[in-house]
Design a protein around this ligand. Sequence first.
Ligand SMILES: [Mn+2]
Length: 305
Amino acid sequence: MFGAFIEGGIENDGVIAAFPRFEDHEPCVKEPDPGQGERRKFRTIWISDIHLGTRGCNAEMLIDFLDSVDSDTMYLVGDIIDGWRLKKKFYWPDSHNDIVWRILKRAKRGTRIVYIPGNHDEMFRQFTGLHFGGVEIRRAAFHETADGRRLMVIHGDEFDAVMLAHRWLAFVGDALYTMTMRLNHSVNVVRRRLGLPYWSLSRMAKHKVKNAVEFISRYEEVVARAAAQRGVDGVVCGHIHTAEFRDFDGIEYWNDGDWVEGCNALVEHADGTMEILHWADEIARRDNQPQPTGISAEAGIAAAA
Ligand SMILES: [Mn+2]
């Protein structure tokens, strides 16, 4: 099935060459008519870290998102396809094709789509400056919001080298925490036998976990400072799978999250207001709303009265 959109094979230098003739295919999960439903309209949508080609990708949730929203511009902020994982083991269910289909369909309907490859899909970086099926491939982009703020859009792996030392701390912190949670119990069994008071090893470990939190925090600051140096008002990135907004001395840091765990998107409303959407919450809110039939019945009563 993947042959429908991915041609050339990943064995050729890991290059996924083209998306030919998607119009000839229908998605497996049928797309509701965009004219019929009431899709939420945004000026801009940013999504990243979809990791198509891995089991981690939450394709069903993303299909629901894509069928519920629309925008003038959509930025794909990297790690859309996990080329590295695909190279090791080919995994490409129909739902992943459905996502590619929907993105290409949007481009065809007139949405401007800018694709900024990340580190997992860096094989697309060689196509920087080219267009595929109406999708522009860029190394980075500059976006101007409706209220005139200039935002730099990058995937964010550019800062890995700077962060390497901190990344190690984060991993060590996490491993230590898991280990100490287990150890804590055994240590106290022994201490009790020796008549010693309870001692919290995990409290000490909490300090180490703070390193992981500090890693993210440091990353956000490093990226924001880099944006400041380029004279923009803010930055939009992905990469660390942590949706977030922060303000560093007037420089806005926006992370659009991921579609592995968080299922987040960053959106810009018509007036330039930005918002991080947590799609699981949006689905819950939608399901709790009264059914359209209920609304029209009430409206009917009101009209009759
Ligand atoms: Mn990445």
